[in-house]
Design a protein around this ligand. Structure first.
Ligand code: DLL
Length: 438
């Protein structure tokens, strides 16, 4: 079994990666300047010409793009090629305003599938595996992305899509799925249903899972690994930059390797936009290096993380990113304190609860309130008010220690919080209905 899908690229010496990136960047910038009027205007306004970009060290001279640019340019303002050359679109789930539509040529799809195949191999997959894809298929990139990677690798691919958990489990058992691809919250749910049906972790044939598309903590990883009896790998990506497979974990599991032959990465200060040195915490910015249909230069992701070029024992030389430490727009400011949902998740799992929770933020009498609803595990379920109050107080105090603010904790009956088959909705911020800018 090979450790790499495309060894030459994945283990290329760093100097050579930089040279390759420089060469591709020069071509990509010229291509975008000539074919995307929206970006050409941004470059002209900044006084940058394609000839000014001599190599990857000049990346910082280019203007940045953010989600608002993509919305403004909707639906085709950032398309760099004729529509007749495109074979596919995908789109973001779009919480507010216009959706973002990304376009792909056949070549774009092919490179993207290579990236997903690399992620599968890094998680130990080969053409002997049965790859169970339970990410949603459709406009969301998860299903099609991993499906393409799995087929490219030669796995038997099960295009399950999300939902219908009983059927997922039946196929998983009958067809002996060995690799599970879905969101971490859906993996947790599948684990829960397997247990309810009386299966033990060793009864399934799974050996690894490739989970991403939403934030998940190390505690949640351990929980899923225990319940499914697998090794759980993280995978990162975003529709704008192709989909899953922009970065992925190897067996070392110390950050996700970014496919630097296709994407150049920077970390910037989200306030000033200034590029930060490696090792600093900041917002990830990606530049596609060889896209034909939807090449974005310096796209601001809003994902906060740290990059590291430290040598990895897996032999891959691509730079690594930490798990996103929440999106800058995921962060809630409650009573003036910055709060990420992942901090609350960490406390819950450390205190022995399953990752079934919902956070409700509101403003009452001009003061922010934080309510955390958490399911009790079936075995801990009690209908004695006193028992519940003691547990709620313990959890409240643990969350207060983590955040510095006092939440209201509500322990609720098992199965009363809706399960997620795709990206879980963890936070309901009712302050938004009041028109409060947070
Ligand atoms: O979530 C692509 C994807 C599909 C990635 C399947 C991994 C697996 P979008 O729907 O455009 O694309 O959402 C992108 O999701 O900016 C992050 O904030 C978040 N995200 C993606 N992967 C991770 C991860 C897909 N592993 C947005 N950990 C990104 C934390 C993630 N957040």
């Amino acid at each position: 079994m090979s450790r790499y899908f495309q060894r030459e690229m994945e283990t290329m010496p760093v100097e050579q990666i930089k040279e390759l990136q420089s060469e591709k960047l020069r071509i990509q910038v010229k291509y975008v300047y000539e074919n995307v009027a929206y970006y050409r205007d941004l470059m002209d306004k900044k006084g940058v010409k394609p000839e000014d970009i001599k190599g990857i060290e000049d990346l910082h001279k280019l203007p940045m793009l953010c989600k608002d640019d993509l919305r403004e340019a909707y639906p085709m303002g950032l398309l760099a090629t004729d529509l007749k050359n495109c074979v596919r679109i995908h789109s973001t789930s779009g919480t507010t305003g216009r959706r973002v539509v990304a376009y792909y040529t056949q070549n774009d799809v092919s490179l993207w599938e290579d990236c997903c195949a690399r992620a599968l191999v890094a998680a130990g997959a080969s053409n002997e595996d049965v790859c169970h894809v339970a990410y949603g298929y459709g406009l969301f990139t998860g299903g099609f992305g991993l499906n393409g990677g799995s087929q490219r690798l030669g796995c038997l691919t099960l295009p399950m899509s999300s939902g219908n958990t009983d059927r997922q489990i039946q196929f998983m058992m009958d067809l002996k799925s060995t690799i599970l691809c879905c969101t971490p919250s859906y993996a947790a749910y599948i684990g829960e249903v397997l247990k309810e049906k009386g299966y033990k972790p060793e009864d399934n044939h799974l050996k690894a899972g490739i989970f991403g598309a939403e934030a998940w903590t190390e505690e949640m990883r351990r929980d899923i690994e225990k319940n499914l009896g697998i090794k759980a790998y993280d995978i990162y990506g975003l529709t704008e930059i192709s989909g899953p497979g922009v970065a992925y974990e190897c067996e070392e599991q110390r950050g996700m390797h970014i496919n630097e032959d296709h994407f150049a990465v920077e970390v910037i200060d989200p306030e000033t936009g200034e590029t930060l040195p490696e090792g600093s915490k900041g917002e990830l910015v990606f530049t596609s290096l060889d896209k034909e249909a939807f090449p974005l230069l310096r796209y601001r992701t809003r994902d906060i993380c740290v990059l590291s070029r430290e040598k990895c024992s897996c032999g891959r030389t691509f730079i690594r990113m930490t798990k996103p430490m929440g999106r800058s727009d995921d962060m809630m400011i409650i009573k003036g304190v910055n709060v990420f949902p992942s901090q609350i998740e960490t406390v819950l799992i450390n205190e022995g609860y399953a990752p079934n929770y919902q956070i409700v933020v509101d403003r009452v009498n001009n003061s922010d309130t934080l309510d955390v609803y958490v399911e009790m595990k079936a075995e801990d379920f009690s209908d004695k008010v006193k028992d519940i109050t003691v547990k709620e107080n313990k959890l409240r105090s643990a969350i207060k220690t983590m955040l510095g603010i006092n939440p209201k904790v509500h322990l609720v009956a098992p199965k009363s919080i809706e399960r997620s088959e795709g990206k879980a909705v963890r936070v309901i911020d009712k302050r938004k209905r009041l028109g409060i800018t947070i």
